[in-house]
Ligand binder design. Structure first.
Ligand SMILES: Nc1ncnc2c1ncn2[C@@H]1O[C@H](COP(=O)(O)OP(=O)(O)OP(=O)(O)O)[C@@H](O)[C@H]1O
Ligand SMILES: Nc1ccn([C@@H]2O[C@H](COP(=O)(O)O)[C@@H](O)[C@H]2O)c(=O)n1
Length: 421
């Protein structure tokens, strides 16, 4: 682990760091010489003998890293003294895909930072984490960053190298978009399969998922009958509409994740994004197999498919306003080439107040993500915008606020136009 950390050093001074403060990132970078810039905002109001620290998760395999990052925040919130502020942070090479390292920034507001230091030292002994401490320079205005030497004594001791911390401009791409491909969104069966296979030794249920997979995940030829996917946030009327379409078109109704994964879903919903998203990605391939079989006999209606998998994953990976989403047209929004393509994808949209009213009337318990959608207007906007940006096939938006029957008629018209049904 320590040797891996050391291998990051050549690019250390090209890296940018971001700390999430009140939902917005503050960026800083490192300089070997100081040219009079003020210290970045995250370093304000730290007592004289105290300091700040950054912890970046590195080393180990990606499953372990993902699990460890998910636990680290809880562990730090529990074990750090009450006077410490904790914020998510990241380090990345601007606009370089795959370069993101995630971690936490600790600002110690107590009189001395020795308790935090002890806790972080202990972490470096057992966990795949790289720690830097920050201290004021002699005149008290400038801050310097020191990478802690490896706990196991291997590698080069770089604790004496001195880097000044200076504010940095926002990069073109929001840092969390750099690692989305094959960590949050999967573009092939193989990539998602590898993640779930690697989980086998820590998540026994992963084996059950693998057993349910189709033997060959290749896009079949064009199905004989049309395949129509209905997408939308929760309570926009997908169930109501898909059931009506099934009845009125004499179609088969399928969903993703498929029924056979239902008993395993709650287990994978507890996992960090890498594992959770790989689970949903594989769910689409199981559903695709079922679609392929059914669409030889009847039209097929599908309640959620890849649009949902990708849109929720992208909207969760990125924080803040819609402008933080990866730009429209990027390959990140493209449909996986080995996944069956539907004939038509309909996105139901609803005014947020009406959606809430329907949720209230339905009166069921809400999942964590549903509560998040309710409370977080920005998240909802990101999900809907991500839906709209996905291409190959793109979705057709339908306003779901009229009566159930009117929405059905509207979608039947679209189906007639596109699929001649
Ligand atoms: N067009 C409509 N007008 C008024 N109420 C509707 C309409 N469509 C659905 N509803 C009602 O809104 C609630 C949510 O609908 P539904 O369960 O179909 O949504 P959903 O998108 O499938 O939700 P989820 O994704 O959470 O399962 C239900 O109580 C349903 O009866
Ligand atoms: N094809 C799908 C379907 C769902 N998801 C994830 O599940 C959540 C929504 O599920 P509902 O029970 O409300 O339908 C949503 O958080 C998605 O993350 C998915 O990834 N792919």
């Amino acid at each position: 682990m320590a040797r891996r950390a050391m291998s990051l050093l050549p690019s250390w001074s090209s890296r940018v760091f971001s700390v999430e403060l009140d939902g917005a990132p503050v960026y800083f970078s490192l300089r070997e010489k100081h040219r009079g810039e003020e210290a970045p905002r995250v370093f304000s109001r730290v007592p004289e003998r105290s300091g700040c620290f950054s912890l970046l998760v590195c080393g180990g395999d990606r499953i372990r890293r993902a699990k460890f990052y998910a636990q680290l925040g809880d562990r730090l919130s529990r074990d750090l003294l009450p006077g410490c502020d904790l914020a998510p942070m990241a380090s990345f090479l601007p606009n370089v895909r795959g370069s993101l390292m995630k971690g936490y920034f600790v600002k110690d507001n107590s009189e001395s930072s020795s308790a935090s230091e002890r806790l972080l030292r202990d972490l470096t002994r057992t966990e795949p984490v790289l720690v830097c401490s920050y201290s004021r320079d002699r005149d008290g205005q400038m801050w310097t960053q020191h990478l802690w030497p490896p706990a196991d004594g291997q590698g080069t001791d770089t604790s004496k190298s001195k880097y000044y911390v200076v504010p940095s401009e926002a990069p073109d791409y929001h840092p969390s978009t750099l690692n989305i491909i094959n960590s949050d969104v999967f573009y092939s069966f193989e990539e998602a399969y590898e993640v779930i296979k690697q989980c086998g030794d820590i998540i026994p249920e992963a084996t059950s998922v693998l057993e349910l997979l189709p033997s060959r995940a290749e896009a079949r030829g064009r199905p004989d009958f049309p395949v129509i996917v209905i997408e939308g946030l929760d309570a926009t009327g997908k169930t109501t509409l898909t059931e009506s379409l099934r009845d009125s078109l004499g179609a088969t109704l399928l969903r993703s994740p498929p029924q056979c994964l239902s008993p395993l879903r709650a287990r994978f919903d507890q996992e960090p994004p890498l594992i959770r998203r790989a689970f949903y990605a594989l769910g689409n391939y199981i559903t695709a197999e079922q679609i392929g079989q059914e669409a030889m006999k009847t039209p097929v209606i599908v309640d959620r498919f890849w649009h949902s998998t990708a849109a929720y994953a992208i909207a969760t990976a990125v924080s803040g306003p819609v402008c933080n989403l990866p730009a429209e047209g990027l390959e990140l929004y493209r449909w996986p080439s080995d996944l069956l393509q539907p004939s038509l994808v309909v996105l139901l949209t609803l005014d947020p107040e009406e959606r809430k009213r329907r949720l209230r009337d339905r009166g069921q318990g809400k999942t964590e993500e549903e509560q998040e959608l309710d409370h977080n207007q920005l998240f909802r906007c990101r999900v809907e915008e991500a839906y709209r940006r996905i291409s190959g096939p793109a979705c057709v938006t339908v306003d779901a606020s009229p009566s159930a029957d009117q929405v059905l008629q509207q979608v039947r018209l679209l189906i007639r136009g596109k699929c001649h049904l």
